[in-house]
Design a binder for this molecule. Structure first.
Ligand SMILES: *Cc1c(COP(=O)(O)O)cnc(C)c1O
Length: 385
């Protein structure tokens, strides 16, 4: 089976991990600082905080943005459940904003409409989480303008989008947001096995994120109350978690960072090749907004079902049976059984539901060979014609 995504581990990555295993630090140590610095420098952001995965990163970002009971977080229904779950961890509620039919990202105009009616009802969100779907940036300038007008914070779920850019600025720069979150799960652009990171330009957010990552404990006298008992002393000043990343993982991440541009470049080459191979089939191929340069985490096609005799599921199953590990990103989150208990139902976010009925993610990763890619294209052709 040709998988839809796969990590790319080089000899230098293995050497970096082995070197850490032979060093004095296994959990948070010098490799964490190196990895955080590398990502912050790449994105042009002041601060980066490595954590154990992006789900934990979203949880901490929500807490630091002040999300709690009585608050609402809005996100896209076309995402992984973690983008929404982080609100529930904080005791807040979740609502969704339908997607743009061309980019499959949270629609800035749908957001504006929804904010207008929420303002009348006194139910404005505290946080909006735009998800850069497949690695293509949302319309961040429009979202940032709405955030100023309606007073919400913006946390970018950039799990797909390290190495991408928006108006020539790297995703993660936080030019149009309070914080941005990356994932280093093996199917994402670079990997640490499991891992995540929060980027921000705000020093107060940075200090709090560092504490919440490690039990709410500080060793910094500036944040302590009362006497400092001695050199062993620390204080827990709030309730935090153990969301640390290990140095073993960070060594892998820092090594992977040196190949980030190469990975994204290769994904672009493969995406351009798909474009040529698939252009005559009854498909909608990924559309790229001119303000964005995607990281191409995913290559999603949409079936033009009025031009095929088969249905979505049949075509999906035929591809799987032909050894193509296609996938589907995403089942609209509001249709998950867990979310239906909050009153969501079919028909609530029609663009995301229509998309779900037509979308298929094709294999795309740096190590995908051209012969395998040809096999994907011909399996698709066979199924569609
Ligand atoms: C992968 C992913 C996450 C969660 O990342 P983990 O590192 O696996 O916790 C969150 N949001 C989106 C959009 C993702 O694709």
């Amino acid at each position: 089976m040709i998988p839809y995504g796969r990590q790319d581990i080089a000899a230098a990555d293995i050497a970096a991990v082995v070197e850490t295993l032979q060093s004095d630090w296994l959990t948070q140590g010098p490799a964490i600082e190196r990895f955080e610095q590398a990502v912050a420098d790449y994105c042009g952001t002041k601060y980066a905080i490595a954590v154990c995965n992006a789900t934990a990163a979203l949880h901490l970002a929500g807490l630091v943005a002040g999300l709690g009971q009585g608050d609402a977080l809005w996100t896209s229904p076309n995402t992984f459940v973690a983008s929404a779950n982080c609100a529930l961890y904080c005791g807040a509620t979740v609502d969704f904003v339908d997607i743009d039919p061309a980019t499959y990202n949270l629609s800035a105009s749908a957001l504006e409409q929804k904010l207008k009616s929420a303002e009348h009802e006194g139910k404005l969100p505290k946080i909006v989480v735009p998800v850069h779907f497949a690695g293509q940036s949302c319309d961040m300038e429009a979202i940032a303008a709405l955030s100023r007008r309606y007073g919400f914070s913006v946390i970018e779920d950039a799990a797909h989008a390290i190495g991408a850019s928006y108006r020539k600025r790297p995703i993660g720069s936080c030019e149009f947001s309070d914080m941005a979150v990356f994932s280093f799960h093996p199917v994402k652009i670079i990997t640490t096995g499991e891992g995540g990171m929060i980027l921000t330009n705000r020093e107060d957010h940075y200090e709090k994120l560092k504490r919440l990552r490690s039990h709410g404990i500080t060793r910094d006298a500036r944040f302590m109350q009362g006497d400092i008992h001695g050199p062993w002393y620390y204080q827990q000043i709030e309730l935090g978690y153990n969301y640390r990343m290990t140095d073993i993982q960070a060594a892998l991440g820092a090594s992977q960072m040196t190949r980030l541009d190469e990975f994204v470049q290769r994904r672009h080459e493969l995406a351009a090749r798909y474009q040529t191979l698939l252009q005559d089939l009854p498909l909608t191929l990924p559309w790229q907004h001119p303000d964005t340069r995607s990281s191409f985490h995913l290559y999603v096609i949409r079936l033009q079902l009025n031009k095929t005799a088969k249905n979505h599921r049949q075509i999906f199953e035929e591809l799987r049976n032909a050894g193509i590990g296609v996938n589907l990103h995403y089942i609209p989150v509001h249709l998950q059984p867990y979310y239906r208990q909050f009153g969501f139902q079919a028909g609530d976010f029609p663009e995301s539901e229509k998309y779900y009925g037509e979308a298929i993610s094709l294999p795309l990763y740096p190590g995908l060979g051209e012969a395998d890619q040809d096999k994907v294209a011909s399996a698709l052709k066979n199924s569609l014609t």
